[in-house]
Design a protein around this ligand. Sequence first.
Ligand SMILES: [Zn+2]
Length: 464
Amino acid sequence: MALSLYDTASRKKVPFAPRQPGRAGIYTCGPTVYRYAHIGNLRTYLLTDLLVRTLRFAGFRTFAVQNITDMGHMHEEALDRVEDKVIAAARAAGKTGREIAEFFTEAFFRDCRRMHFLPADVYPKASAHVPEMIAIARELERKGAAYREGDYVYFDVTRAEGYGGLSGAQLGGGEAASRTDVSIHRHKRRPEDFTLWLPAEPGREFSWDSPWGRGWPGWHVECAAMAIKYLGPEFDIHAGGVDLRFPHHENSRAMAMTATGGRFASIWLHAAHLLVEGHKMSKSLKNEYTLDDLESRGVTPMEFRYYCMTLHYRTPMNFTWEGQAAASRAFSRLKEAVARPAAGGEADPEAADRFRRRFRDAVEDDLNLPRAIGVAHDTAHAGLPAGALRELASEWETVLGLELLAGAGEAAPVPPEVKELAARRESARRAKDFAEADALRAKIRESGFEVTDSGNGPARLRKL
Ligand SMILES: [Zn+2]
């Protein structure tokens, strides 16, 4: 079986056939660096990591581009305030936008390393590509596909061939109208048209000179410009979160295709969203968890990575602490089984090959990691000789990126609040308050640790 991927534009699985034999070009929408990445962002970026890893596993060379939006952009919900998220965060922190962007860019890279994401080949920063964005807007103007109203430059979506082909959005369909029907854009010719260039207010930190005066580029033109610069007018795969499909991807695509005459991305991959305990993540619910939040509850980035991989990327994920605990336990079992295989039988090359094939079929079937993880568990418990099992595990590690062979059973770091619970339990036990000691033991278990008493010595904590 060859690698197939679900293409959002054609709404079906398509065999992957790169434009250049043996080499895959990939663009992913990266972070807007004004805050820490939350677990929903990380799940989306994991899609690209799994894609790149699977492409390499399948024998392709890869060239991956992920942009850093370091000057903020107008979010849909902020259209009426023309708010730049980076500038807003900077104002709140009493720093410059550039300081904020640098700080959170580093934080993003640190999170990527903790999640074992393979680094992209290029991380272009939006603020360093404004001339390329202006060039696209000028080209669109030259082709009569952009128009100027006041100090704004808009893309005329009726000039894009097949607008709506990616998301199913229809002109006059009302979706864009309801989102953009706000005062500053009242002079647009139609609701779906979008900004290529906006005027800067006096003193704005992120602003550039342009043929239309001092201003800044619209969001959608950022990604189009960077994708075209590093991958050309036509490339293989564009990935991102499903929330970006419309309007961001639809608009990037429309403008890029109109400007270059090329088809832009051949395949569009979209990661489904993540809920936390059944709710959309939001500031008010305080459930926009980061990797640090997870670690403070004793969950390692690898355990979170494993949890994500037990669901297909196109399946919405409902993150729950209970689900995470179950995933963490399954992950430990898998590592344990690989590190200490049951007494192996005779070497059976055919058995190993069967597992090898099943794993490959799973990942090459639109990155079906849940199935691949299932194969890994089956393999680990199939009684293969230790050498054969380790060999398979190390092959699969290319895709899984879980440090499966790092050795299971080593002491997991114990978070401070679990240590605190253990200390309280110890005092309760000494005071012979066994009800309290048992209640605390249960709490420790909820945090994913087990406490075992060892004679007269201190109790030991073990990760479940
Ligand atoms: Zn983008």
